[in-house]
Design a protein around this ligand. Structure first.
Ligand SMILES: *[C@@H]1O[C@H](CO)[C@@H](O)[C@H](O)[C@H]1NC(C)=O
Ligand SMILES: *[C@@H]1O[C@H](CO)[C@@H](O)[C@H](O)[C@H]1NC(C)=O
Ligand SMILES: *[C@@H]1O[C@H](CO)[C@@H](O)[C@H](O)[C@H]1NC(C)=O
Length: 181
């Protein structure tokens, strides 16, 4: 049987978890950087604050060479200590193979990525892409909910880092900065 000490221990963990989940995640900045301006540039890339409860991310690319038949992205979450250090594994996503919504036991980051693609981007089909990439009004609230669901994180400064590759060459980085208080 559990001793009182063990029950207390679990209670403390439970309360700790609840506080974690109700902690506040705030998106502070998004930075898009094209590494090859002959290949493509960002037309826009910003966070807009509509009011206290509604903030969204929008971005659009301008490709100079279409269609795209092959693309991958590597995703990673970093946390600021003295500098930003990775706190999750670096996962690679095949951008071209759009998933059809079948749930599998995926990496939570991949799952979030799939969800976002489906709901807020025009990458909702498989390659080839013969159009620019648009992320349209992705509510930070939505990321917030899913982020803290899949990854309860302690207070701090974080960056959601993505590196985009085309034909094995790094073409862009998209970084979303946030704080958890
Ligand atoms: C914030 O703006 C959104 C979109 O315009 C609106 O639906 C929502 O009611 C607003 N919330 C507050 C608290 O004003
Ligand atoms: C993540 O993986 C990609 C592809 O293997 C690599 O290019 C990139 O440098 C890695 N990022 C980090 C932060 O290790
Ligand atoms: C993909 O997104 C576009 C733009 O939002 C929409 O018009 C289209 O119906 C979507 N296609 C699929 C297969 O969901």
């Amino acid at each position: 049987m559990f001793s009182k000490g063990i029950i207390l221990f679990f209670l403390v963990i439970l309360i700790y978890d609840i506080t974690q989940i109700s902690s506040k995640l705030e998106f502070t900045n998004v930075k898009c950087n094209s590494k090859d301006k002959k290949f493509f540039e960002f037309e826009y890339c910003y966070i807009k604050s509509v009011n206290r409860s509604y903030k969204y991310i929008s971005l659009k690319t301008r490709f100079y060479s279409l269609p795209i038949n092959e693309a991958t992205a590597s995703l990673q979450i970093l946390r600021r200590f003295r500098s930003f250090m990775p706190i999750t594994m670096n996962v690679t996503v095949d951008i071209c193979k759009f998933k059809t919504g079948k749930k599998s036991i995926l990496n939570p980051m991949l799952e979030l990525f799939d969800d976002v693609s489906k709901k807020y981007t025009n990458l909702n089909h498989s390659c080839p892409y013969d159009h620019d990439l648009v992320i349209e009004k992705l509510p930070t609230d939505y990321l917030n909910r899913h982020f803290t669901d899949v990854l309860p994180l302690p207070p701090g400064e974080y960056v959601f880092n993505s590196i985009w590759f085309h034909k094995g060459i790094e073409r862009a980085t998209i970084r979303i900065y946030s704080t958890i208080s």
